[in-house]
Design a protein around this ligand. Structure first.
Ligand SMILES: Nc1ncnc2c1ncn2[C@@H]1O[C@H](COP(=O)(O)OP(=O)(O)OP(=O)(O)O)[C@@H](O)[C@H]1O
Ligand SMILES: [Zn+2]
Length: 769
């Protein structure tokens, strides 16, 4: 206020009083659900009393607040406390503090804020996704009795007056670096529980009861491994990583290492250094259940590791979280959400198989763990390592642009050669009646006779993938999704793979009454039947979403294959990843083209990744290995390059095409999808989105770099109907990602969806269906 006007308002307080009154200590709160805004609240004095830490209001704790006209109670996160000028209106007060400690470090607050901005979703929603829903309780744990030898006893085991058996028991226990359960000890010594119990009664063995969850129980039985002697490529890459670690700075290293080049050993030795600094490392893997070997290697090398997988109960997750936050964990191995592990002193993040699509979350917040890891590593000033035999083109492009440092491991360990890949042209194999070409069968036969094992990839589950009436052409479709139903012979049902709708297979065609229903198309169940018929004395293991429903079933199945109980492993893409079985001498790809014709600009890239990765599962031992890839399109660049293990060749063809069309990695893409029961309303909402985005973008200035905004749609999505709702989508692309995000954000704020219509927005989408 200008001072010369002071006299006009005698009642006003003097300027210094005004200042004091204007500043108040306020808490800024973000609601967990509800409007995407930040709200200021007054803080009652008792919540600022440092002598009562359990109710102290701090940034990162959750609070209860009155909200809205009716003052209903909402929960929110306190994201800031500080003095602010008093607003004109009267503020409400915080009603209470929910957490006894802060759930979020300042780093995590910044990271989640960035995610909300980048992925165009409410901050509160991101916060809820990052902080695990842990509740108090002890479900999911088991009480075990752990035995150990007191030091005073261990020192004189040889002179004690005990039986020989008892001495063996004491010796075994004293030699074990960790306490053992009764069962473990008995197995190790080869005795019953009797001598152990006698020793316990005599006080020569101590016992304590602990609550352990499944992961910790597993960790009890790990055998430790020593570091491997690195080969030259590994050593070179490790030196580069050490250089970054010693410099204590952020940078991103992309390790392009062919399948079987020993990337995991490099990560482990890098992390050993991080741990020696007293800091923690986060390792992200595509899916814990599919990577039991990788997880096992980490367990064998570190004492304090937390494995965060999707089968953890809330309670277990919460316990891990607390241990990690307390700095008690050295290495966190986790899927996507492991990137939020609350490490107090992070030293390194590793993203293994960084090209995998599972790193992108397909529900809100639709973040990509690689991007979040990048952001987090930069914010905490630590290196980020991305590793893959088939890097995502996004990463490859950034390396080419100098944003990432590219490190190569072009050879396999032990100088084993890459397996020879043969393309089997299905167009020339006219006499083929089943799924297996003559070439593939011969190769399988030779491998099996030689004591080897076989992996067969077919990326479709079920028995028959379409059920059709040859008389009138009608095919069985899901009534809710209008997608072809798959016949599952085991359960004798037709199943929709999108919505899980089930119905009995028709006896007669519902359209024309013909009884000659044809079951066509090939799924893993049919392949299993064929392999079993052709190789009757061979045990065949099938892995797909149908056989792998229960937690732990992947590990059991892979163990059985490793032990040689099964000679043939067949399945969907879940068998294509990361497995390291030296006895696999033949890999067969039943149909390399299944993903090629997807309505997705990444169809070629996905195909290249899948074929290269599955081909890499063989030739990992003394016996070598070979690969047969069946295809109708052997000249396709993705398939031809995969057959030569030639990533560079693939990238050289694919990148210019992406660039010409403005697709990622050259342009940013945002996808809008809406759905509703009325097709007309759904289409109208998509049109509204297009109009609003165009309006928010404004006119295209021909002189501005990046060219005009590319807007595709509205159009029916490839899955045009799902669970009874119509789906429409819109794609917006432009090289200037920030400007694109701003325009879409502004546009979405103006959308007025009618009752019953829903929409989502996906920044950097991976799913195009
Ligand atoms: N220096 C080494 N000497 C001998 N064996 C090694 C060495 N480094 C790694 N290995 C072994 O080589 C095999 C392949 O290593 P690893 O699984 O880490 O490869 P990878 O690069 O991750 O392959 P993929 O991309 O196919 O998963 C493993 O059995 C591993 O124990
Ligand atoms: Zn359906």
């Amino acid at each position: 206020m200008a001072s010369n006007q002071q006299s006009l308002f005698d009642d006003d307080p003097a300027p210094w009083e005004l200042d004091a009154a204007a500043q108040q200590t306020l808490a800024t709160v973000v609601l967990t659900t509800g409007p995407d805004n930040e709200y200021d609240y007054l803080i009652p004095d008792e919540l600022l009393d440092a002598r009562r830490p359990e109710t102290l209001l701090e940034v990162g704790r959750r609070v209860r607040v009155p909200f809205g006209r009716g003052n209903r109670t909402e929960v929110g996160y306190c994201v800031a406390v500080g003095s602010k000028p008093a607003p004109g209106r009267k503020l409400k007060s915080i009603a209470g503090v929910l957490d006894k400690q802060s759930l979020l470090t300042p780093h995590m607050l910044r990271l989640t804020r960035w995610m909300a901005d980048y992925y165009l979703c409410p901050w509160g929603q991101v916060l809820e996704a990052v902080v695990p829903a842990g509740v108090r309780g002890q479900a999911g744990t088991r009480e075990v009795t752990l035995l150990s030898v007191p030091t005073r006893v261990a020192a004189r085991v040889t002179t004690l007056d005990v039986t020989d058996k008892q001495r063996d028991v004491l010796q075994a226990l004293a030699n074990s670096p960790k306490p053992l359960t009764l069962k473990q000890l008995a197995t190790r010594v080869g005795c019953t529980s009797a001598p152990i119990n006698t020793l316990r009664k005599q006080g020569l063995i101590e016992s304590r009861v602990e609550r352990l969850d499944q992961g910790e129980l597993e960790a009890l039985v790990v055998t430790r491994e020593a570091p491997k002697q690195l080969n030259d490529d590994q050593a070179t890459v490790l030196r580069e990583i050490y250089r970054e670690l010693d410099a204590a700075r952020h940078s991103t290293l992309l390790i392009h290492g062919v399948t079987g080049s020993g990337k995991t050993e490099v990560y482990i030795q890098a992390i050993e250094k991080v741990v020696s600094f007293g800091r923690q490392a986060i390792v992200l893997v595509p899916e814990i259940s599919l990577t039991p070997q990788t997880v096992g290697r980490f367990r064998a090398r570190f004492d304090h590791i937390a494995v965060l997988h999707s089968h953890l109960s809330d309670v277990e997750r919460h316990r891990h979280w607390k241990k990690i936050a307390a700095g008690e964990v050295q290495v966190i191995v986790g899927a996507r959400s492991g990137v939020f592990a609350p490490t107090p002193d992070l030293g390194l993040i590793v993203v293994d198989e960084e090209h995998e699509t599972t790193f992108k979350q397909d529900s809100a917040p639709r973040y990509h763990a690689r991007e979040v890891a990048q952001r987090r590593a930069a914010d905490e000033n630590v290196p980020l390592i991305l590793g893959s035999a088939t890097p995502a083109l996004e990463s490859w492009q950034r390396a080419a642009a100098g944003e990432y440092k590219l490190l190569s491991m072009p050879r396999r360990v032990n100088n084993w050669p890459m397996p020879a890949v043969r393309l089997v042209d299905l167009r020339e194999d006219h006499n083929r009646r089943g799924a297996l070409s003559r070439n593939l069968m011969q190769a399988m036969d030779a491998a099996l006779r030689d004591g080897g094992q076989v992996i067969l990839l077919l990326n479709r589950r079920g028995f028959s993938t379409h059920v059709q009436c040859p008389a009138c052409g009608a095919s069985a479709k899901c009534p809710e999704c209008e997608i072809s139903l798959t016949f599952h012979r085991q359960d004798a049902i037709l199943l929709c793979h999108w919505c899980d709708h089930r119905q009995a297979p028709p006896q007669v065609c519902p359209d024309c009454g013909s009884t000659a229903i044809r079951y066509g198309g090939l799924g893993t169940q049919k392949l299993e039947a064929e392999v079993q018929a052709r190789f009757p004395r061979t045990r065949v293991l099938r892995m797909d979403a149908d056989t792998m429903r229960r937690p732990g079933s992947h590990e059991t199945a892979l163990d059985a294959f490793r032990n040689g109980e099964y000679r043939v492993l067949l399945g969907t893409q879940m068998i294509a990843k990361g497995l390291d079985f030296p006895n696999v001498t033949v890999v067969g790809v039943i149909n390399a083209d299944t993903a090629l014709n997807w309505p997705d600009f990444r169809a070629g890239e996905r195909t290249f990744h899948l074929v290269t990765q599955v081909a890499g599962r063989t030739g990992r031992g003394e016996k070598g290995g070979r690969v047969l890839v069946q295809t109708f399109d052997p000249e396709h660049p993705a398939i031809a390059a995969a057959a030569r293990h030639d990533y560079d060749a693939f990238a050289r063809v694919e990148l210019p095409q992406r660039e010409a069309l403005g697709y990622p990695p050259y342009g940013s893409m945002i996808r809008f999808v809406c759905r509703g029961e009325s097709e007309q309303q759904t289409a109208a909402l998509a049109q509204q989105a297009v109009d609003q985005i165009q309006a928010a973008w404004g006119d295209d200035d021909p002189l501005r770099p990046g060219g005009p905004l590319k807007l595709r749609g509205p159009a029916p999505a490839p899955i045009a109907k799902l669970r009874g709702e119509f789906r429409y989508h819109v794609q917006a692309m432009h090289p200037d990602g920030d400007r694109l995000r701003a325009a879409v954000k502004a546009a979405l704020a103006k959308l007025t969806p009618p009752e019953g219509l829903r929409w989502i927005v996906d920044v950097d989408p991976w799913e195009m269906m």
